[in-house]
Design a protein. Structure first.
Length: 202
């Protein structure tokens, strides 16, 4: 199959997908920062459980805030046009986004037993963006071109592995133990069971 020539102008489809991902990530980050409940997500729902878990924070910031940075960077690259070198950067970032989203989805399903529709939407956008970038891969110019199939696979595998391993390391380092682990488990159980706290602060 003949590869498309390197684009000379903005990639509007990639820009639009990046913008959509940025909006979802920004909304999730805002709800985490402000303590607000996401629209259509009731107390004790999957969104609430995920946002209340320790996985909603990454390196001192809401995990979704890193999605803002990711999508903003890819969007800027797409707006500038995606010749081979910029395409490789956008592709590597998109792979990292898909890998991290898949890892967080696995955590939500297996460890938290919850499903967050906003998180799934964000993951779907990341996957669509990666698929579009792969479909628009510039034709390799020469045997050492970074857009050759073998190199693209290598870059993708490396980006995915590094992202997931780094994420696992960060979350493991911040893993709660003892009383904090008990408190997190209790909070998760209460949220899932729909418990409501009545009290007063003086």
């Amino acid at each position: 199959m003949k590869r498309p020539p390197a684009p000379s102008g903005p990639d509007w489809a990639a820009t639009a997908l990046a913008a959509a991902g940025l909006v979802v990530s920004a909304y999730l980050a805002w709800t985490k920062w402000t303590g607000a409940t996401a629209l259509f997500c009731e107390t004790g729902s999957g969104c609430d459980v995920v946002q209340a878990s320790r996985y909603a924070m990454f390196l001192g910031l809401p995990t979704a805030a890193w999605g803002i940075l990711l999508y903003a960077t890819i969007g800027a690259l797409a707006l500038a046009g995606l010749p081979p070198r910029r395409w490789v950067w956008a592709y590597a970032l998109a792979v990292a986004g898909v890998a991290f989203s898949a890892y967080l989805t696995w955590i939500a399903l297996v460890e938290l037993g919850a499903v967050c529709p906003y998180c799934l939407a964000d993951a779907a956008i990341a996957a669509a963006l990666l698929g579009w970038l792969l479909a628009r891969r510039p034709a390799p110019a020469g045997r050492r071109a970074a857009t050759r199939p073998g190199r693209v696979i290598g870059i993708g595998v490396a980006a995915a592995v590094v992202t997931v391993v780094f994420g696992m390391g960060v979350f493991a380092a911040g893993s709660p133990t003892g009383a904090s682990a008990y408190q997190e488990s209790l909070a998760r159980h209460l949220a899932a069971s729909g418990a409501i706290f009545y009290g007063a602060y003086w």
